[in-house]
Design a protein around this ligand. Structure first.
Ligand SMILES: [Zn+2]
Length: 375
């Protein structure tokens, strides 16, 4: 994600902070300073309150991340945005049961924090009034409890993109159709977004104890999230059960180790492809990505040989593998090739590229539309 900085790597998962998030903290600092008549304490307590909320959001995300890891699902990174946290996972769960447990693990963390805060309030009345947090004029454990109860309630609204939407989909798809279940959860999400926006725009927002522009913003966020989820599932349902062989690119250019980068740049410009597999004596020995080609050209000029810039560590696929599994296994590393060579009995038979798979999805969806089916 652009405009974000890496702040930590707990459990090997990158945690990033979006720069707009720092603006939000500065804004709350200013508001706290202003509201308290210009005291530093007021500013700091406002920033502390906001940081505490996002600490709880981060722990919530790690609830999802660790449950997903329990099922062998990798998380690429977690980004904190002003609207909340986003964990990019390879999958939201392979079965309805996994999806249900991963979705519930986030709010479960907030239930635990709220319960601990409640215990703290009961057992240590001494702390009451000792360090008030702005915005919520009460002691810290009370603020912590209220924030976490809010996070549980908000996230369990049964609509995409909230966790509650995933819970709803998992339950609806327990015995069958995941695409239908997603469509229902997405429709509920869009309906909710419309109701929220309508309430604000008709000036009836007073009935909800929330800041009106923020509510409108959340409505937009819910609408976009619900649409994206519906699209993503439509795509995966087309690809479900499809093998690499059906979606791979069969016509492409192959480079030899002693070809020059001049040849490759001509092919690139002619629009053949972006990544070139390198073949010697019938066997694939490397791959040159567009980034490798450009680096080679600027470093050694057009006469540089392919074998000097090609990378030898790359992933390959078999023609009979499910395409879903291969798409999840993209090439790692900076400037790596986006294409995955398909090899059968040591011989290069195809290339898997995101564009080609995307075209397959479009063609299949269009054909199904003609026959009156649903994607
Ligand atoms: Zn969540």
């Amino acid at each position: 994600m652009k405009w974000s900085i890496l702040i930590a790597r707990p459990f090997g998962v990158e945690v990033r902070l979006h720069l707009t998030f720092l603006l939000l903290l500065a804004f709350f600092g200013w508001r706290g300073w202003d509201a308290s008549g210009g005291s530093l304490r007021g500013a700091l307590s406002s920033v502390a309150f906001q940081s505490m909320i996002f600490g709880c959001v981060l722990l919530h995300e790690f609830g999802h991340v660790l449950m997903a890891r329990h099922f062998g699902i990798r998380t690429r990174d977690v980004t904190l945005l002003p609207i909340g946290g986003v964990a990019r996972m390879d999958s939201t769960g392979e079965t309805p049961r996994q999806e249900l447990l991963i979705a519930l693990a986030g709010p479960a963390v907030n239930v635990v924090i709220a319960a601990l805060a409640f215990g703290w309030l009961l057992l240590a009345p001494v702390v009451q009034g000792s360090f008030d947090l702005a915005l919520l004029r009460g002691p810290a454990p009370l603020a912590l409890m209220v924030v976490n109860v809010f996070l549980v309630v908000f996230n369990l609204i049964p609509a995409f993109p909230m966790d509650g939407g995933r819970v709803l989909r998992a339950i609806l798809s327990w015995r069958g159709n995941r695409v239908w279940a997603t469509r229902v959860a997405a429709t509920v999400g869009k309906g909710l977004a419309l109701v929220m926006a309508g309430v604000v725009l008709l000036g009836m927002g007073g009935i909800i104890p929330f800041q009106q522009p923020l509510l409108l913003f959340i409505a937009l966020f819910v609408w976009i999230g619900a649409s994206q989820e519906a699209d993503a599932v439509a795509t995966t349902s087309v690809l479900h059960g499809v093998s690499v062989r059906d979606t791979m690119m069969r016509e492409f250019r192959v480079a030899a180790p002693f070809d020059s980068l001049r040849d490759l740049s001509e092919w690139l410009l002619a629009g053949y492809q972006q990544d070139f597999p390198v073949v010697a004596q019938g066997e694939i020995i490397g791959i040159v990505s567009r980034a490798d080609l450009l680096r080679g050209l600027s470093g050694g000029g057009p006469d540089t040989l392919v074998r000097d810039v090609m990378r030898e560590d790359f992933t390959v696929a078999s023609p009979f593998e499910p395409i879903e599994a291969v798409l999840r296994r993209t090439q790692a590393g900076e400037g790596a090739a986006t294409a995955i060579p398909v090899v059968e009995g040591g011989i290069l038979v195809g290339l898997v590229t995101a564009e080609n798979v995307g075209e397959y999805v479009m063609v299949t969806a269009a054909l199904k539309g003609v026959r009156g089916g649903r994607v």
